[in-house]
Design a protein around this ligand. Structure first.
Ligand code: G4P
Length: 533
């Protein structure tokens, strides 16, 4: 086996997806603890403060108590090098989350067993399904009186449109929670409430009729476990790895993150079944991780990680070959050479300079304005990776410079933040000063204002716009496109790549115009235009 193949097999790059408050941050911390990447005594009790120091980069995140940016954490476990991407759970930052998902090979879905499948869970799973990303599921908070586990499985299968395959099964729930039974290893893993530090107790029970079960969990829970296991075995086939890897079924684990219960079993299973770096689709061809030549793409740009410097960091996912520090590579969009002296690997807030990186790794590259989201870097071949989405904005505003003396700062801030993907910016053709912002959530507007003020010393304000829906437009017939654009000039904007965008006031008016103009193709996101044009 070559060094490249060995490194690929070791890599496991995944993201945790969940509805806010399901326990994503808590699980991230526990995973890092198991991986020896952090050592926080009593982390379980320290709550928000510890969380802020583990995965939050920006001050604003701490103020608001939500995780805005995707950060990357690397650690070793079970012989695998794990790259965990922390993605924002807040709906207003879904673009950032969706882009983060383009850089991982699998996902861990966390569901709050009290609340069941929630709205964000649905959306995120849909994105994974579109890409056939394998998903493992952790039903959290079994220490609370929640929904019945059978009902949770049913709900997940029905609402997420994915087959469920329980790997562990809870014994009791809430106050009577005793632990989980591993259906695969046939062993009972016992939970001791309030004793997080105590080593987990395992009891191997090959035959569930063994009376040791009564001794360990009591008569009624033993009887219930026997019934449940009989029922589950009748309903759900054992986990088929190929079905998991193709995203058709999800292995399901039960536990309680805050009590550190069930996390080790989850991590042990993930490190043995979760996929190593997978092939990535480009406009031109499929790129295999085993290819000798290096390639990667930028899925995120982050400014001001160090508040004392006005620097940006481009996050690059390595897709193939070996990346080496100080090598000269090729920046496909500009056609120019690119070289970096200080590529960094991330560990929560720490980062260190790395000399080499392998497929599946995510490195940070100091950037002074070279990169845009979606850019590809290679050893010379012009490939453009697909699937780094730019999401359909749902809220639009005119943006106005509220302090005309700071025009230079205002323009620079706006351009850089748009390149970072904080907002999408459109302008009127031939009126570049009239700028329209598009965002997915209201909070992005507030973040833009905050960052313009604190990072660029520029003030901006918003004015309402009557349009509510954007569609990117193209046509095979250039004349028809020009006529359409001229006739609907009031509704036409251009995006940063100079593609025309047609704005409508309502779904009804959009449908009407679309029906009247069969020569024009309408796309809800710019990504779709590029991949079909
Ligand atoms: P998120 O990142 O998905 O938003 O969730 P986070 O980990 O912040 O967890 C949300 C809340 O759920 C936290 O409580 C956390 O302590 C709690 N939690 C996480 N796992 C479990 C679990 O297994 N059982 C129970 N009962 N609770 C759990 P909080 O009150 O919002 O914050 P804190 O004051 O406890 O830090």
């Amino acid at each position: 086996m070559t060094e490249l193949e060995r490194q690929i097999r070791r890599r496991l790059t995944f993201a945790i997806i969940s509805h806010p408050d399901s326990g994503k941050t808590t699980i991230t911390e526990k995973l890092l603890l198991f991986g020896g990447a952090i050592h926080i005594a009593g982390a379980v009790k320290s709550g928000k403060k510890v969380r802020a120091s583990v995965s939050d980069f920006m001050e604003i995140e701490k103020d608001r108590g939500i995780s805005i940016s995707t950060s990357v954490m690397g650690f070793e476990y079970n012989g695998r090098k794990i790259n965990l991407l922390d993605t924002p759970g807040h709906a207003d930052f879904s673009e950032d989350t969706y882009r983060g998902l383009s850089a991982v090979d699998s996902a861990l879905l966390v569901i709050d067993s009290v609340k069941g499948v929630e709205e964000r869970t649905l959306k995120l799973c849909e994105v994974c399904r579109m890409r056939h990303t394998p998903i493992a599921t952790f039903m959290n908070k079994l220490d609370r009186e929640g929904k019945d586990p059978m009902e949770l499985l049913d709900e997940a299968e029905r609402e997420l449109a994915i087959g469920v395959r329980p790997v562990t099964w809870p014994v009791g729930q809430g106050r009577s929670f005793k632990g989980v039974y591993s259906l695969v290893e046939r062993k009972l893993i016992l939970f001791h409430a309030g004793e997080v530090e105590r080593p987990t107790e395992f009891v191997t029970i090959d035959d569930l009729s063994d009376p040791v079960l009564e001794q360990k969990v009591g008569t009624s829970l033993a009887a219930k476990l026997r019934d449940d296991v009989a029922l589950i075995s009748a309903i759900y086939p054992p986990l088929d790895l190929d079905e998991y890897l193709s995203g058709e079924v999800t292995p399901v684990f039960f536990g309680s993150a805050i009590n550190n219960f069930g996390i080790r079993e989850l991590l042990d299973t993930l490190t043995s079944v979760a996929p190593c770096p997978t092939p990535k689709v480009s406009e031109e061809r499929i790129v295999l991780p085993e290819e000798e030549k290096f390639s990667g793409f930028v899925f995120k740009i982050h400014a001001n990680m160090n508040p004392r410097h006005r620097d940006r960091v481009a996050f690059l996912r390595i897709c193939s070959g070996k990346f080496e520090r100080n090598q000269t590579y090729f920046h496909v969009r500009s056609g120019k050479p690119f070289r970096t002296a200080n590529p960094t690997a991330f560990m929560a807030q720490d980062s260190e300079v790395v000399n080499e990186a392998w497929p599946g790794d995510i490195i940070g590259i100091h950037d002074t304005g070279t990169f845009k989201i979606g850019d590809t870097v290679t050893e010379g071949e012009a490939v453009n990776f697909k699937g780094i989405p730019s999401f359909a904005p749902q809220i639009f505003r005119y943006i106005v410079n509220a302090d005309p003396e700071k025009d230079k700062q205002y323009r620079k801030g706006l351009d850089q933040l748009a390149e970072e993907g904080v907002v999408q910016i459109f302008s009127k053709p031939n009126h570049h000063n009239t700028r329209v912002l598009g965002v997915v959530g209201q909070l992005q507007l507030e973040v833009l204002q905050y960052r313009m003020e604190h990072e660029y010393k520029a003030l901006c304000s918003y004015r309402p716009i009557e349009m509510t829906i954007a569609h990117w437009i193209t046509s095979d017939d250039e004349k028809a496109l020009k006529t359409f654009v001229d006739e609907h000039a009031r509704y036409i904007l251009i995006d940063i790549r100079n593609t025309h965008v047609f704005m409508s006031e309502s779904p009804w008016s959009y449908e009407r115009i679309k029906a009247k103009n069969p020569a024009i193709r309408f796309y809800p996101t710019s990504e779709m235009v590029e991949s079909r044009a």
